[in-house]
Design a protein around this ligand. Sequence first.
Ligand code: SAM
Ligand code: SF4
Length: 329
Amino acid sequence: MPLDRFHREINYLRISITDRCNLRCTYCMPLDGLRFAPTEEMLSAREIALVVRAAVDAGFRRFRLTGGEPTLRRDLVEIVREIKSVPGVGELAMTTNALLLPGLAPELAAAGLDRVNIHLDTLDEARLRQVMRFSDLNKVWAGIMAAEAAGLLPIKLNSVIVRGMNDEDVVELARLTIERAWHLRFIELMPLGGGECARYSRDKYVSNGVTRARIEAALGPLTALSNQHPSDESRNFRLPAARGVVGFISPVSEPFCGTCNRMRLTATGKFHLCLLNDDELDVRRCLREDGDLGRIRAVLLAAVGQKPSGHALARGVSSEIQSMYHLGG
Ligand code: SAM
Ligand code: SF4
């Protein structure tokens, strides 16, 4: 298992497979001025699988597909199949806005995808359109049902909380966990994206302390779960008599850099060392020159070796940090 300079075990690779998206969530993508990478710069299914092979050799076990919106890749099922055919790969999950999941979930499960995290910020149709702009509650719900029917479990829902938009909807979201064995995770808004997006995020931030108090006032006390894994970014709780889990991911109020176990691969083949730091190491060149596993592994281990110790969101990071859709959220 690779250790970084700060003795953290880095064993989890998040793989962005596209920077494109069929939504324009307000805190992630502006409506104008977007620049996407040319298709020929994106890693192919075979190239992604080679990186995964090198990562397994280096001790990585967990993998996640993300983006942009990963379901926009036409070869998504092939990507999943290729990754899962690498000996030693453990869990493969995917983060998605679920709009295209109804048609894809059975095939993805058959190809070996283990589970999905679905992005849904509110159960109110009008506010959903305000915060996630072009999302559609019926379609997302159909996506969740399709994922559940296909056995992509446990279902985890991610909600980014935005002041004045969906901050009061956290109660209805958390309520879902009473009847269903889903995980509802509340994510603090991060000032990413540069310019407009970052300024917007700073003004619209709500701490998870406030979100938790709102949920407890309406639905009763949250009890901490004892089986918390140290590198799980989410602090997990249960409502009284609930089947599911309420989680809080608090990168701003409680940064989890000390237990960070992840590395990111961008859609164009760069290892991105930390979400809140723009340093990257290119691996596409090795992939396209000779695809030598030893060279790819060396770049990955160099990236692990250079991972920074922490970020400074609470103190205010540069507003030029890239968006989640570039980095793979
Ligand atoms: N499109 C997929 C989705 O939305 O789940 C996968 C990629 S998206 C970049 C991954 C996650 O990033 C989303 O679930 C959303 O919660 C999160 N995200 C994007 N921008 C964010 C921001 N400014 N602050 C906090 N979370 C953000
Ligand atoms: Fe697309 Fe996900 Fe970003 Fe929303 S958060 S714009 S769904 S990449």
